[in-house]
Design a protein around this ligand. Structure first.
Ligand SMILES: [Zn+2]
Length: 122
């Protein structure tokens, strides 16, 4: 029998700024390049860079090393709050109501639990 991983809603999205809170990359911040929902992993720009050996090819006749990001566990990163200048836990609130007009009605807004500022990048 397989252990069922608790389905966790991944509320970090591509292009969010995040901070790594644990592990070898602790303290680093970067932009989310990709969210791998199936694996609960996140690829962050310039974080957890690994060197990969590249065989000589037509584009790269010398071969050599290519630096590439490795995905991190979702649980080790938090959304970076520019106001608090650190990774923070966030909440989600729904902006507007069904009554209000406009396209923002019912839009989910993530906010910093420390300073209450919106974490949505406009
Ligand atoms: Zn904050």
């Amino acid at each position: 029998m397989e252990a069922v991983a608790r389905a966790k809603k991944l509320s970090i999205r591509k292009n969010d700024m995040v901070q790594v809170m644990s592990g070898s990359e602790k303290g680093k911040t970067g932009k989310v390049l990709q969210v791998i929902t199936k694996e609960n992993r996140i690829l962050i720009e310039k974080v957890k860079m690994v060197k990969r050996h590249v065989k000589p090819s037509q584009q790269n006749p010398q071969g050599g090393y290519l630096e590439k990001e490795m995905p991190l566990q979702y649980s080790t990163v938090l959304i970076f709050c520019p106001t608090c200048n650190r990774g923070v836990r966030h909440g989600v609130k729904v902006e507007g109501s069904a009554k209000s007009k406009g396209t923002s009605a019912g839009k989910k807004i993530r906010f910093c639990k420390r300073c209450k500022a919106s974490l949505e990048t406009a």
